[in-house]
Ligand binder design. Structure first.
Ligand SMILES: [Zn+2]
Length: 253
């Protein structure tokens, strides 16, 4: 298992979703770096098989563009979520943060994974506007690599519950999904981006339109990726979610 990360070789948490796939494609096709992808396998998520199939399809499409880029994607290291150890301090930080505002449970899982396996410099596709973004946007520091690439991270001397995120590099923290789309068009890999998978509860092989990743996709200006007859929930949420967040913020004051 590749544990170290340097300027030419990147450890990336790859989910086959929009953000991490964008980073993967940008690294191997544009920046011409080697990527060591990691995938946390959940036996309870209905989309697991679709995600693994999507990864293979994406790799195949990369190979059609560039055989060298295909070679830069090293074999995916798959770790079962069931094999990741418990760390009460990490779980405690997650519980405290998620009581303040919504935060994906995956960050707790990923942090326990890094703590156990010691993967250095793991990149996460945390993007502009996601739950983690609002916790991190005002405290992170930007780091430039020797080749002009950049990422954000929690300052090494930071203390407190946000150290839940101390394990990660977050190169997309201030990038919107639509900006990734524009860049993928510019660099000629938008057709591969459209193969990415995001829904956690697919129905008949198509996005459900109800789960959180579906909602994020629609909210991010890519509603066309959801089947038209499954967008109703999104329109309802457009009314209800602002009310919910207003209540959460008021409780926070
Ligand atoms: Zn869904």
């Amino acid at each position: 298992m590749p544990l170290a990360s340097d300027d030419q070789s990147v450890n990336l948490l790859w989910t086959a979703g929009w953000d991490s796939t964008y980073r993967l494609l940008d690294l191997v096709l544009v920046k011409k770096k080697t990527v060591h992808p990691f995938y946390i396998l959940s036996t309870s998520r209905e989309s697991t098989l679709l995600e693994l199939e999507t990864m293979q399809r994406i790799k195949y499409l990369v190979g059609e563009v560039s055989s060298l880029a295909y070679e830069r994607i090293r074999p995916v290291v798959i770790v079962s979520k069931n094999d990741i150890e418990e760390y009460s301090d990490i779980s405690s930080k997650y519980e405290k943060l998620s009581s303040i505002r919504p935060l994906g449970k995956q960050y707790e899982t990923f942090s326990r994974f890094v703590e156990q396996y010691g993967v250095e410099g793991l990149e996460l596709g945390v993007e502009h506007g996601c739950g983690a973004y609002y916790f991190l946007k005002d405290v992170v520091e930007r780091v430039f690599t020797s080749d002009g690439d950049q990422y954000w991270r929690l300052p090494l001397d930071h203390r407190g519950d946000l150290t839940l995120f101390r394990y990660y590099r977050m190169p997309l923290l201030f990038t919107r999904k639509t900006e990734m789309l524009e860049a993928s068009k510019e660099f000629g890999f938008a057709h591969i981006m459209h193969e990415t998978w995001f829904c956690h509860k697919p129905k008949r092989g198509k996005p459900c339109g109800k789960c959180y990743p579906c909602w994020v996709t629609m909210r991010s200006g890519m509603i066309e990726r959801i089947p038209a007859n499954r967008r109703v929930r999104h329109h309802i949420n457009n009314v209800l979610r602002p009310i919910y967040y207003a209540i959460v913020r008021r409780r926070d004051l």
